[in-house]
Design a binder for this molecule. Structure first.
Ligand SMILES: Cc1cc2nc3c(=O)[nH]c(=O)nc-3n(C[C@H](O)[C@H](O)[C@H](O)COP(=O)(O)O)c2cc1C
Length: 205
């Protein structure tokens, strides 16, 4: 058994080790717009859903030079975002959208992705993403140097017909394979939903 005291390790080692253990992580693929209307898109896997109230939590780091990531700056300025969940056909563009480019460069244009207008927020949504969640910034929490937890209220959801169960009026996980993030350096770094199970209520007391 490997045991490590994370408090004794440099930040880089903590990230490498802990992010290789907490897997698979869903990936928030986030579109935002800046003051000039430039559409930004980037993936974030320090991400979870909070289902009551309907919120999402995302942790945003800083750029290498210490400045805010475009997503973070745009969220602070406009308070709006669309969080997409992607499946396998979108793996290439999702990965490429993490490239560090200048704020004047739209990853959506660069990658040739099609968008359509959102209902409630300014950032448009990706046409081919199976899930798009329109969000408004609720609050930010500084977690330490260069790490900010962002809480988003989900104000509207969109899901592709192909993943939807009419019977249950919700998405059916057997109809799509959402992408997930695995470890950053050892072994595969992405996954798509693989083996799945449906169990009834547990027989244990
Ligand atoms: C799959 C994946 C997951 C990522 N998760 C995070 C994350 O949780 N937090 C973060 O700050 N950066 C994360 N990144 C890095 C950002 O996507 C990257 O810094 C990006 O350039 C930010 O873009 P922006 O400046 O346009 O917002 C991730 C990258 C990839 C490929």
């Amino acid at each position: 058994m490997i045991t490590r005291d994370l408090s004794a390790l440099p930040k880089r080692d903590v990230y490498r080790i802990l992010s290789s253990l907490v897997i698979p992580r869903p990936i928030a693929w986030i579109s935002t717009v800046d003051r000039e209307g430039c559409l930004n898109l980037a993936p974030f896997s320090s991400f979870m859903g909070i289902f009551g109230p309907p919120m999402l939590a995302v942790t945003l780091g800083r750029r290498r030079d210490g400045s805010l990531k475009d997503t973070h700056r745009n969220l602070q300025e406009s308070g709006e975002a669309v969080v997409h969940l992607a499946d396998l056909p979108l793996l290439g563009p999702l990965h490429a959208s993490a490239d560090e480019v200048g704020p004047e460069v739209s990853e959506v244009d660069r990658l040739g992705l099609a968008v359509e207008a959102s209902d409630c927020v300014a950032p448009p949504r990706l046409q081919d993403a199976p899930v798009a969640l329109e969000c408004r910034l609720n609050r930010e929490l500084e977690l330490g140097p260069g790490s900010t937890l962002v809480l988003l209220d989900v104000v509207r959801i969109h899901a592709a017909d192909r993943i939807w169960s009419e019977e249950h009026d919700c998405a059916d996980a057997s109809r799509w394979a959402p992408l997930s993030r695995l470890a950053s350096v050892a072994g595969p770094n992405y996954g798509a939903l693989g083996q799945t199970f449906r169990l009834g209520p547990s027989a244990l007391p």
